[in-house]
Design a protein around this ligand. Structure first.
Ligand code: GAR
Length: 189
């Protein structure tokens, strides 16, 4: 099984989708550890259900990004992780993390990259007036949201869509493509 370390900041619906795919045996993997950075993140509660170890690394307690990433690397190594999966990790990562896991860091982003990089991608798509957006699983490189694309799914923008309604439809697709995209990445290391 692929030994995953998941980094998450928020509600953890993608974390849950990965854990469910593993439980269903549609993804041959194991989540060794969940690292989260917000003490209130709901993802930590979800991890209990799956009995997955959690480590809180509050970015506010580190002087700079590199110091946080150094602690992340150490934690991932302690839990014997091979693949780092950013599932709603809202921090920019540094070469410290990427050098420790070369080509083995994956991210999901709520747009069809290379459109709408960065924060608030769903808002950006709505504001731009595009009729189709979606989600992307890609490898992580130092430049934000710019690594090689592994899998994408398209989502139509419907009349009357709000950020919440559109985000909910994008997330359905995220949960569908993230597990197979992880498996795909492992076939082409
Ligand atoms: C996901 O929609 C993911 O695409 C997005 O955060 C959400 C996390 O939801 N990530 C980014 O915006 C990365 N810049 P979740 O906590 O329910 O998985």
């Amino acid at each position: 099984p692929l030994r995953l370390g998941v980094l998450a900041s928020g509600s953890g619906s993608n974390f849950a989708a990965i854990a469910q795919a593993i439980a269903d045996d549609t993804l041959n993997a194991q989540i060794q550890v969940l690292i989260y950075n917000n003490p209130d993140a709901k993802v930590a509660v979800r991890a209990e259900k799956w009995q997955i170890p959690t480590v809180l690394l509050n970015h506010r307690r580190f002087p700079h990004r590199e110091a946080l990433d150094r602690e992340i690397v150490q934690t991932l190594e302690t839990y014997e992780v091979d693949w780092v999966v950013m599932a709603g990790w809202m921090r920019v990562v540094t070469p410290i993390l990427l050098a420790a896991f070369p080509n083995q860091v994956l991210n999901i982003h709520p747009s069809l990259l290379p459109s709408f990089k960065g924060v608030r991608a769903v808002e950006q798509a709505l504001a731009a007036g595009v009729k189709i957006t979606g989600c992307t699983v890609h490898r992580v490189v130092p430049e934000v949201d710019s690594g090689a694309i592994l899998m994408q799914a398209a989502v139509p923008i419907l009349p009357g869509d709000t950020v919440a309604s559109l985000q909910a439809r994008i997330q359905v697709q995220e949960h569908r493509i993230f597990p197979p995209a992880i498996a795909l990445a492992a076939t082409m290391p």
